[in-house]
Design a protein around this ligand. Structure first.
Ligand code: KG4
Ligand code: ZN
Length: 344
């Protein structure tokens, strides 16, 4: 393959930061030759959330098989690769370490360059996969289980955070509210589904504004408001319409996310808006962002749901642009559980 297409860069990417063991082969940052994901969700559901110790152990069990499958599906051998990429943070330290150790072993044995990738930068880069025309600069709303950020993507791999949550991440709020109304883990997709049967205007939940920071978020007040509502219904002996609670909560989250993103796009003169992270697969958020962008004459980008949840193709996409810039990690690469965006 290399002889015919010398310019091509083929990267094996590995992701193991939370509860998905994933490997992918990506060509030139945008062409996904394979994308294998082994999810541990069923296992963690028993405990109502991700158990770090179990996650690490499962990653060890699965990772070789997942990588073999990714290479086989892509019909690419180790010799045909140009680099190995791996998520090295942020995430659960034990889980990250499994991917990092594996990537280092492959890079050493196959004499390949190693590229450490930031998990959230991977989520943002998922937008490149299905949108060949998308290039920076653009504004990206990142909404995952651990992060809620508004970032300016100024260049490939160059980020400026202009907004962040002061407390809970959007996904965290979904998960906590889901637990409160008895939906279980993982809450996001379950609320998304149940909300379709409810009235989003049935209950007026608060839309928090942060004094002095127009692009920041806060979801803990909303979460408390939902809990208070549930408690007061219980005390009055009133029946709770869970679908209405889910729909009204979701509407409050989506309103805030879309509104702040539009304000930022206008203020920073951005013509392109993207969304990324697990919550970016939320159907109400996708619809609200689409119509807000249409109203404001902005181009809207979002990855397919399979590239919104944790996957390795997005790591391969981010790694390509790092690789092209000459970024290489040493074999002393370590997991960094609280790695910040833009940090190396
Ligand atoms: O990006 P991700 O897979 O993992 C992190 O990097 O954190 O995000 C996981 C989060 C969870 O909180 C999950 O409930 C949420 O994304 N999520 C959703 C949906 N699918 C996943 N939230 C709302 N609606 C969805 N459809
Ligand atoms: Zn993620």
């Amino acid at each position: 393959m290399k002889n015919q297409e010398k310019e091509d860069v083929v990267i094996l990417a590995i992701e193991s930061s939370c509860d998905e063991t994933a490997a992918a082969v990506v060509k030139n940052g945008r062409e996904v030759l394979s994308n294998i994901i082994s999810s541990q969700i069923d296992l963690h559901t028993l405990y109502g959330g991700v158990v770090p110790e179990i996650a690490s152990r499962k990653h060890i069990e699965k990772i070789n098989q997942v990588i073999e499958e990714a290479l086989a599906k892509a019909q690419v051998s180790l010799k045909e690769l140009d680099a190995v990429a791996v998520t090295y943070g942020p995430g659960l330290v034990g889980a990250l370490l499994v991917g990092v150790a594996e990537a280092k072993a492959i890079a050493y044995a196959a004499k390949l360059p190693l590229v450490g990738v930031h998990h959230i930068e991977g989520h943002v880069s998922a937008n490149y996969i299905e949108n060949p025309d998308l290039e920076p600069p653009f504004l990206c709303l990142i909404v995952s289980g651990g992060h809620t950020h508004l970032v300016l993507v100024k260049e490939y791999g160059e980020y400026e955070i202009i907004g962040r949550t002061h407390d809970d991440a959007a996904g965290e709020a979904y998960d906590k509210v889901a637990r409160a109304i008895g939906l279980g883990y993982p809450g996001g997709p379950k609320i998304d589904r149940l909300a379709k049967e409810g009235n989003p205007h049935a209950i007026e939940f608060p839309r928090a504004k942060i004094e002095g920071s127009e692009y920041d978020f806060s979801f803990s007040g909303l979460k408390s408001a939902v809990l208070n509502y549930l408690n007061s219904c219980e005390m009055k002996g009133e029946e709770i319409n869970r679908a209405d609670v889910a729909a009204s909560f979701q509407q409050a989250v989506v309103d805030v996310l879309a509104e702040r993103t539009m304000t930022a796009a206008k203020e920073y003169g951005m013509k392109k808006v993207a969304i990324a992270g697990g919550v970016a697969s939320n159907s109400a958020l996708r619809a609200a962002m689409m119509s807000a962008c249409n109203r404001n004459g902005l181009e809207f980008y979002r990855p397919s749901p399979i590239f919104c949840t944790d996957n390795a193709a997005m790591i391969g996409a981010a790694a390509y642009y790092e690789y092209r810039k000459g970024v290489r990690s040493g074999l002393d690469l370590n997991a960094v559980p609280n790695l910040k965006i833009g940090e190396r």
